[in-house]
Design a protein around this ligand. Structure first.
Ligand SMILES: NC(=O)c1ccc[n+]([C@@H]2O[C@H](COP(=O)([O-])OP(=O)(O)OC[C@H]3O[C@@H](n4cnc5c(N)ncnc54)[C@H](OP(=O)(O)O)[C@@H]3O)[C@@H](O)[C@H]2O)c1
Length: 250
């Protein structure tokens, strides 16, 4: 496939961590990639540089704060203009922190719902016409905590639960031209905020496979979904068995 015919993927929040790995593996699979970032400009530029060295004109960067609707609208327009086509939207950007009920603020609510639900929804709306033309895909990064509450993270959990339902609802609404799926990671990379070693050990104890997952596990699942033309409206859990719960003894 010549570079100018290669499919195009936009991954939000992809300068670092899971998004970066998704970009790298999509690029390796032949995609041209749009690296979206908000604050991590240096990471985004260095990623694009290294991918463009491997294949010229195969990676671009776009900046936007997804909480700001005019910026989101502009991001969608720029993403469409970059390569004049779009095949894949991965809604990966997210904020994540605890919000105990006693202290949660309206701005926490707006930030957590804005990045995890509102932005994915309105990006899907803006990009659906082009994705439909390409018979493309939307993949939403959900979380096992969309179904299983995480202590003192109620706003984040509610936002991911809404994203889970959005995945199923849009899979219905956008069929048959666009497939919409989600991935629900368990513990893959520890959060950027400090997590005590005792808390990490407690989480590892709940995982039957007894280890965290890797960003490659998530990126492989993205590629699997893209290569599975009869799967739509599904959330694939990638959690080392953690959501099975504890084993009951007879
Ligand atoms: N890590 C895990 O183990 C895990 C577990 C369960 C679910 N997940 C889900 O998987 C996805 C990726 O996880 P991750 O840990 O790699 O994510 P992350 O590092 O917490 O966040 C990814 C990026 O989101 C961007 N972002 C946040 N708020 C934004 C805003 N208002 N506007 C634009 N961009 C914004 C940030 O971009 P900048 O740095 O450029 O500002 C950040 O680098 C997330 O949806 C997360 O909820 C991850």
């Amino acid at each position: 496939m010549s570079t100018s015919q290669a499919p195009v993927a936009l991954v939000t929040g992809s300068a670092k961590r899971l998004g970066r790995q998704i970009i790298c593996q999509l690029h390796q699979a032949g995609y041209r990639v749009i690296i979206h970032y908000n604050q991590s400009a240096d990471d985004a530029y260095s990623l694009a540089d290294s991918l463009n060295q491997q294949r010229p004109e195969s990676a671009v960067t776009l900046q936007a704060n997804l909480l700001d609707m005019p910026s989101l609208t502009q991001l969608a327009a720029q993403a469409l203009a970059c390569f004049n086509r779009l095949d894949v939207l991965v809604n990966n950007a997210s904020s994540f922190y605890s919000t105990p009920l006693a202290t949660a603020s309206l701005s926490d609510w707006d930030d957590l719902f804005g990045s995890n639900v509102k932005a994915p929804y309105f990006l899907a709306q803006a990009l659906a016409p082009e994705l439909a033309k390409q018979h493309g895909c939307i993949i939403n990064m959900v979380d096992i905590h969309a179904k299983q509450p995480l202590q003192e993270h109620s706003v984040y959990c509610m936002a991911k639960a809404a994203l889970l339902m959005m995945t199923k609802s849009l899979a219905r609404e956008l069929a048959p031209t666009i497939r919409v799926n989600g991935i629900a990671p368990g513990a893959i990379l520890w959060p950027s905020q400090q997590l005590a070693d005792t808390d990490k050990a407690a989480i590892l104890q709940q995982i039957p496979l007894q280890r965290t997952g890797t960003p490659e596990d998530i990126a492989n699942t993205v590629l699997f979904l893209l290569q599975s033309p009869y799967i739509s409206g599904q959330i694939i859990t990638v959690d080392g068995g953690r959501s099975l719960g504890t084993t009951e003894k007879a």
